[in-house]
Design a protein around this ligand. Structure first.
Ligand SMILES: [Zn+2]
Length: 428
């Protein structure tokens, strides 16, 4: 697709779905080079606005603020937030309807996530919230000379031949992107051919790595791209040499989650700059990250414990931006699942359960655990249910075939300890 057509399609889509997108993008561009005190002032003002709204419209936060002795009228600095008890993923699930502010449904979009810790969650996301994420992403893409409508390769969810691919094909076309559906030599070759005219590639870093390795093994020419973006998982150092060899650049990272929105993006100097205009980050005494999303009016995300340990820094970055930097993120890794004859990215489990949620409306909390090659235990929270076993098994089969034997076990309730662990644990 030629670039002016792609841009026009993107813009008309945005007018329908995200009317505030370009206005927000302009405003984030305006604040991009602000100094720290100005950014912090803006952050404080926006925090006040969100918390005020939450205190008035969210029964859950009304109660929680009261119980913490927090008075939004007296908020004078972000450190005042400390008295509010943090919110966990279980809270978001258990108190889901009371957290919602009753914002008109027509103005929101339903977000569903099984989350990296395997717990299922659904909530309404208001237009400004959704658009802020997209606008911040556009600002970050600018750092690499990339526009979202540029031709791009997509490694987000390789899917199976059972995929309802008409809709996917249309969405891909509208976003000028193409993807891999299977890791066959033929598919990787055709993907590589398309990448030749692409500006960037994005997706789960373990998948980017798998494709990079395959391209190298096939002895294909390096594909110079402007940006190689890994997301949702920690990018292991071991991935980088292959990425550089195959794509001519390191995998840069993006950090965020469905509930928190886009938190940070890596600049060309290698710093993970926090989108301070739209999120407030705090680190508690255990090193756990707490996120407040300043656009989350439909379902306030306030002092939300995302489940990652991070360290923050105000040290100067060579790029000149004054936005705070995330130093280390511990807690998410792209692990490998070992079958009898092949390996698979751990995120495959995420897709299995996401597909169940999207296609069959089955929301399950799960944990997968492997201690032996070709064999994986799947724990599901709740009462044993034969229909769910069948559905989980058939979904697993689509990805793993007969290469892995699964033992599906039901646990009435996951322990607090289990909830803290990753959705996939391995001792191999
Ligand atoms: Zn920087």
């Amino acid at each position: 697709m030629n670039s002016s057509l792609a841009k026009a399609l993107f813009e008309s889509g945005a007018r329908l779905r995200n009317p505030s997108l370009f206005r927000q993008y302009e405003s984030f561009k305006d604040t991009e080079w602000w100094n720290l005190p100005a950014l912090e002032q803006l952050q404080l003002e926006r925090t006040r606005k969100l918390l005020k709204y939450a205190a008035e419209s969210s029964p859950f936060f009304k109660r929680r603020f009261k119980a913490s002795g927090f008075d939004v009228e007296k908020l004078s600095s972000l450190s005042d937030l400390k008295v509010i008890e943090p919110v966990s993923k279980s809270d978001l699930i258990q108190f889901n309807s009371e957290i919602h502010t009753g914002m008109e449904r027509a103005k929101c979009r339903l977000a569903e996530t099984s989350g990296t810790s395997g717990e299922a969650l659904a909530f309404l996301r208001n237009e400004e919230w959704d658009s802020a994420n997209r606008a911040l992403m556009m600002r970050s893409y600018d750092w690499y000379g990339v526009k979202p409508w540029d031709p791009n390769g997509y490694l987000w969810g390789y899917n199976t031949r059972y995929l309802d691919s008409k809709k996917t094909q249309l969405l891909d076309k509208l976003q000028n992107r193409f993807r891999i559906f299977r890791y066959s030599e033929e598919e990787i070759r055709s993907f590589a051919k398309k990448l030749n005219g692409a500006s960037f590639i994005s997706g789960y870093s373990s998948m980017i790595y798998e494709v990079a390795k395959a391209l190298i093994e096939l002895d294909l020419e390096p594909l110079p791209l402007r940006m190689v973006k890994g997301t949702s998982e920690m990018i292991l150092d071991a991935y980088q040499p292959s990425a550089e060899q195959a794509f001519g650049g390191r995998i840069i990272s993006e950090y965020g989650a469905a509930e928190s929105g886009l938190i940070a993006f890596e600049c060309p100097r290698g710093s993970m700059h926090v989108n301070v205009e739209n999120v407030v980050l705090e680190v508690d005494e255990n090193g756990d990250l707490l996120v407040t999303n300043l656009s989350s009016f439909s379902f306030p995300i306030i002092r939300y414990r995302l489940g990652d340990c991070v360290s923050l820094s105000h040290s100067e970055c060579g790029c000149g931006r004054k936005h705070m930097v995330i130093k280390d993120i511990a807690g998410r890794r792209g692990a490998t699942v070992f079958g009898h004859s092949q390996t698979y990215p751990a995120l495959t489990f995420y897709y299995v359960f996401k597909n169940l949620a999207l296609k069959k409306d089955i929301l399950l909390n799960y944990k997968a655990s492997q201690s032996e090659q070709g064999c994986v235990d799947i724990y599901i929270e709740g009462e044993s249910n034969r229909r769910h076993i069948e559905d989980v098994k058939s979904e697993l089969y689509k990805y793993f075939g007969k290469d892995i034997v699964f033992n599906i076990k039901f646990l009435r309730q996951f322990s607090v300890e289990t909830k803290k662990t990753q959705y996939f644990e391995t001792t191999i």
